[in-house]
Design a protein around this ligand. Structure first.
Ligand code: AMP
Ligand code: ZN
Length: 470
């Protein structure tokens, strides 16, 4: 069987992936905190690790992929107070928007989507277990993890406790034994959302939610845990400490995967910096496949800088690939074409998506040289199979060229009306009324429709309003 190789942040090496039980491979990815629309940087882990889940499903008979929804958090509470509504009005709305935007991006849904607020019982019981085992303590309505009780704390990020205290803005509080101790449970006032617990009415800290949800759905030891590298400390470090100590020292996650940050003008895209581009808005302006292509263009562990120039380049690349498919429109392919072996091999090599995309580019170039019916059929099957594996080239080429931007722009022109104008233009040309033919061409250009005369007749496409349609 083909071997999947993955970079494990725990060992900082690329390793062969060997699941604990190939019949039930488990993957947990930290999901979004739903108080706003997600930004394009947030989409990166879901696209990349969604692709990993797809690959695992091809390799193993059973895969359970859990991606949670963080639906209780101070930022959510602040957003609900600002809007004067209960928190679930905010979390339901933005979780629904998140699912919709993920579907648009071609991200396969995970098998389980646990919500933190539906796991309060498991969270409370994990806190109790940690207290009983001497790894946590209750103080003034809080429950805190006792960092000094876990000698391996800091193993993932490779930092000492002192470094972690200096580097992170750890909160010094009178009820903490050690400033590095972190909150598992905290008190809520009667007005704030909360649940009854042995320590009074309160709510969970963020880190324990993931530990409890991963254990509830995937078991005490999971195969792969993934998320952005900004979560390595403190979130993942704390998840490891909680889960390991609550489960009698058993290993929490066997492989840790982290994606690099998406940057904008060289700075991490982040809500707190305020330099975000919301996925929801980008999807109104650009075809979803273009955004997906860009998210896969860089290797997942590298930074990825977002800019208008890369968007324009991506558009040109995808136009080229869809152009190759359009030239093969007459070739029939039965069923779903399989991914070519070299594309699968690239992905098995620590998700080398840049390599997989460059193979697609070569396939598109090669397809133009294919002339015999068999060669054209092979070329089209390879392009479609590779595209399907990566979640690209899923549209009819005509539909691709007729959508200028995202779904909203796609509706801005009526294809029947454009077709009728083209018929009139061609009639004008036939009767040598070139002035009328040019006038129609200009009218189309003003509506961002470019036309191209080819052996198969006149084709049209919508061009970006920033480009020239002539
Ligand atoms: P959050 O809702 O902030 O917890 O983020 C959800 C996911 O997005 C986490 O896996 C983060 O690591 C990831 N993330 C946040 N910002 C970026 C970014 N600029 N680039 C890539 N991933 C990010
Ligand atoms: Zn998490």
């Amino acid at each position: 069987m083909a071997t999947l190789r993955l970079h494990n942040s725990l060992t900082r090496r690329i390793e062969d992936f060997v699941p604990a039980d190939p019949r039930r491979v488990t993957l947990y990815v930290c999901g979004p905190t739903v108080y706003n629309y997600v930004h394009i940087g947030n989409a990166r882990p879901y696209v990349v690790f969604g692709l990993l889940a797809r690959l695992l499903r091809r390799l193993y008979p059973g895969v359970v992929y859990a991606r949670n929804i963080t639906d209780i958090d101070d930022k959510i509470i602040a957003a609900a107070i600002a809007a004067g509504v209960p928190i679930d009005r905010i979390t339901d709305r933005f979780a629904a928007a998140f699912f919709e935007d993920m579907a648009a991006l071609g991200v396969d849904p995970p098998d389980v989507t646990p919500h933190a607020t539906q796991h309060i019982r498991q969270i409370v019981s994990m806190c109790e277990r940690l207290i009983a085992a001497g790894h946590a303590y209750a103080a003034e309505g809080h429950v805190l993890f006792d960092v000094a009780s876990y000698a391996r704390y800091g193993e993932l990020s490779g930092r000492s406790v002192d470094e972690m205290i200096a580097g992170a803005r750890v909160e010094i509080a009178p009820y903490k034994k050690n400033p590095a101790d972190f909150v598992l449970w905290k008190p809520s006032t009667p007005e704030l959302p909360g649940w009854d617990s042995p320590w009074g009415r309160g709510r969970p800290g963020w880190h324990i939610e993931c530990s409890a949800m991963a254990a509830a759905h995937l078991g005490e030891t999971i195969d792969i845990h993934a998320g952005g590298n900004d979560l390595m400390f403190p979130h993942h470090e704390n998840e490891i400490a909680q889960s390991t100590c609550a489960h009698g020292g058993r290993l929490f996650a066997r492989y840790w995967l982290h994606n690099g940050m998406l940057t904008f003008n060289g700075k991490k895209m982040s809500k707190s910096i305020g330099n975000v581009m919301l996925l929801h808005e980008l999807l109104q302006k650009h075809p979803p496949e273009l955004l997906r292509y860009l998210l896969l263009k860089a290797h997942y562990r590298h930074p990825l800088d977002w800019s208008d120039a890369t968007i324009a380049q991506a558009r040109a690349t995808l136009d080229g690939w869809y152009g190759a498919l359009r030239d093969l429109a007459d070739v029939e392919i039965e069923g779903e074409a399989p991914a070519p072996p070299d594309v699968e091999a690239a992905l098995l090599d620590d998700l080398n998506t840049p390599q997989a995309l460059s193979i697609i580019a070569e396939l598109a170039t090669a397809s133009r040289r294919a002339t015999t019916p068999q060669a054209r059929k092979t070329a089209k099957a390879a392009l479609l199979g590779a595209g399907a594996m990566l979640g690209l080239l899923r549209l009819d080429p005509e539909a691709w060229f007729k959508q200028a931007g995202g779904s909203a722009d796609a509706l801005a022109v009526d294809p029947a009306e454009i077709d009728a104008l083209i018929v009139r233009r061609n009639e004008a040309r036939k009767s040598r009324d070139f002035a009328e033919a040019d006038r129609i061409r200009d009218e189309l250009a003003a509506r961002h429709v470019a036309i191209e005369d080819s052996a198969q007749g006149t084709r049209w496409k919508i061009v970006n309003p920033n480009e020239h349609a002539a």
